[in-house]
Design a protein around this ligand. Structure first.
Ligand SMILES: [Zn+2]
Length: 152
């Protein structure tokens, strides 16, 4: 396994602002993509992060690694299919936005549909911090950064 390098703003802003492409599930049969997925998770933990999206390591693909209550989860082509009306504001940071933190309003509860690292379809609901992490990471796939959503 290998640690990948995380790209940051302002240098890589243009890349981070792209809308990422769907991840082709056939790639999961390729050992080099399986090791890429493991590296994404390893890189997230090595950087003390709780989430890392593929665009942050220079791959414009809809793939994220998240740490939800201490458990690593890979989400391929994630789609948030339900959002609670209730929202909550909390401080966020981002491995691609060095040394900056700020308050962001997010939905308190969400349901997300995705494919796991084995390509199996999953549908899960999360609340509070886990819901926040998934929202932050899926935003990366649309070129959205948390600094776009700061509460004034
Ligand atoms: Zn981020």
């Amino acid at each position: 396994m290998a640690r990948l390098s995380i790209i940051t703003i302002p240098k890589n802003e243009e890349f981070l602002r792209q809308v990422a492409k769907d991840f082709d599930l056939n790639l999961l049969n390729d050992p080099s993509w399986q090791s890429f997925i493991r590296d994404l998770t390893e890189t997230m933990y090595a950087a003390d992060g709780v989430g890392l999206a593929a665009p942050q390591i220079g791959q414009s693909l809809r793939l994220i690694a998240v740490d939800l209550e201490g458990e690593a989860q890979i989400m391929i082509n994630p789609k948030i299919t339900k959002k609670s009306w209730r929202q909550a504001t909390a401080e966020e940071g981002c491995l691609s936005v060095p040394k900056f933190y700020g308050p962001v309003k997010r939905h308190k509860k969400i349901t997300v549909e995705f494919f796991d690292a084995q390509g199996r379809p999953q549908k899960k609901s999360y609340r509070d911090i886990s819901a926040r992490i998934v929202q932050h990471e899926t935003d990366h796939l649309d070129g959205v950064l948390f600094i776009d959503k700061l509460v004034k």
